[in-house]
Design a protein around this ligand. Sequence first.
Ligand SMILES: [Zn+2]
Length: 208
Amino acid sequence: MNIKQIFKNNQKWVQSKLNIDPNYFKNLSEGQNPDILYIGCSDSRVTAEEIMGVSPGEAFVHRNIANMVPNTDLSAMSVIDYAVLHLKVNHVVVCGHYYCGGIKAAMQSKDLGILNPWLRNIRDVYRTHRVELNSINDEELKYKRLVELNVQEQCINVIKTAEVQRANRERGITVHGWVFDIHSGKLIDLKIDFDKILKNVMEIYHLD
Ligand SMILES: [Zn+2]
């Protein structure tokens, strides 16, 4: 990776945008109005805008190791708060991906130092679904299934927040669980039953 090349690339990119629309950056500087909050993994192969085919200004993005939404993570919680309350997005997406290093690490017993508490959140997902996961003998299929179940559990964490519950009542905000399959390039909608999860979660996590 040549760092100087990045600035050359940037100049080319600026020019290509201006060639199509001389006001492109002027318009971009006037504000953002994204309709979607995308929560994904930091993995360099899973770029939010590129896999969704959206442009700057169209998606508010949060990425961390293994697309987690820990209940006490100030960064994730602030992003959700800002996107839902202030930007008024109508869709929140949690997008995981197969072959996720974070998920793989959580399936192993290695002590990874500062990463341990982060990975523990994934291990909690494993524990919650251990009957299903332990019934899968094929290691790769088990790994893939944990990726999917982790997405589902992080969607639940999104739904637990007061902002999302309120926005659902007020304007019908929806939470989606997706998986990006690096092997095929395809985005898969896990079709999580948002209404059912919401109903279930409300019994315990309801906030006015
Ligand atoms: Zn990942």
